[in-house]
Write a protein that binds this ligand. Structure first.
Ligand code: ADP
Ligand code: MG
Length: 278
């Protein structure tokens, strides 16, 4: 089932936590240049897929391959290398992510948050930093310029010197996207980016995600509960339920899939109530 233009190919992915089989035999691919959504009821295993794909978890079984620079990289091999931290290695093959629960350094400025993300990737040479070599200063200037560029794209350039933790929730979500983009990924994984946003902010987010793909040529892999957003911007949707893929296809195909409707019926009331509270 491997697609020929699959940037990310996941085959028979399994993840077990003690007695819980969180993922079983999960296969899908994310095409280069696509917006691909991963949906499913709470607890279906969506974030666990992201944690495997972004190197936070080592899968119990299966393979995850990403193409980078014309070469196929097996992520389990990338992670097995002990030379550097896992997320650093994952950055090198061009994967970045945001988190379901925002993970900014709240007591740092927005700019500092964006610089930390880049320093992990770009300049690990402590001596160069201590002696402020020309190369280091240049890298620092490039990092600041890149951070400002991405803040501009997400519409928050004015907030560069504000403390991240003092900003509204919707801003923090966009800063996480800017931070991920600062590492110049080819694939960005967004875990429920619309959670907690109001309808206007959600529309702005949809436009931003489309801009990332169209103008900045990044492939987008998206977990999201907001079906309007998912149906509106996705090329391809993968549906998980109880750790298994129950359907995959275009938004039109998914909207009519009996298995998907069945999976959502059981949680429809709970989620409607959650949305009403949000
Ligand atoms: N680190 C972990 N340890 C134990 N169980 C986990 C861990 N992460 C996820 N799980 C379990 O895996 C299942 C899927 O969780 P998750 O991937 O967060 O679902 P989703 O993102 O679709 O809501 C749940 O039963 C959850 O409790
Ligand atoms: Mg989740």
């Amino acid at each position: 089932m491997t697609s020929t233009n699959g940037l990310l190919n996941v085959e028979q992915l399994g993840m077990r936590f003690g007695g819980i089989q969180a993922l079983a035999d999960v296969c899908f691919s994310v095409d280069q240049g696509s917006i691909t959504a991963l949906i499913g009821p709470n607890g279906a295993g969506k974030t666990t897929v992201f944690n495997c794909v972004t190197g936070f978890y080592r899968p119990s079984s299966g393979t995850i391959c990403i193409e980078s620079g014309g070469v196929l990289h097996d992520l389990t091999q990338v992670m097995a290398s002990k030379l550097n931290g896992g997320s650093h290695r994952i950055s090198q093959v061009g994967i970045a992510r945001t988190f379901q629960n925002i993970r900014l350094f709240k007591d740092m400025t927005v700019m500092e948050n964006l610089l930390v993300a880049q320093h992990r990737l770009l300049n690990r040479n402590l001596l160069a930093g201590l002696f402020q070599t020309r190369g280091y200063r240049q890298a620092q200037q490039n990092a600041i310029a890149r951070a400002l560029d991405w803040l501009e794209v997400v519409g928050l350039r004015d907030c560069a010197n504000r403390l991240a933790g003092t900003l509204p929730y919707g801003y923090q979500r966009r800063i996480e996207i800017a931070r991920a983009m600062c590492t110049q990924p080819q694939l960005i994984c967004l875990d429920e980016p619309a959670a907690g946003l109001n309808p206007r902010e959600t529309e702005e987010l949809a436009a931003l995600i489309q801009t990332l793909r169209a103008k900045h040529k990044v492939t987008v892999f998206l977990i999201e509960h907001d079906m309007g957003l998912v149906m509106g911007i996705s090329d391809h949707i993968v549906v998980l339920d109880y750790g298994r893929v129950i359907a995959a296809g275009t938004p039109a195909h998914i909207a009519e899939s009996p298995a998907v409707i069945q999976a959502y019926l059981g949680v429809a009331e709970e989620e409607t109530a959650q949305e009403a509270r949000a």
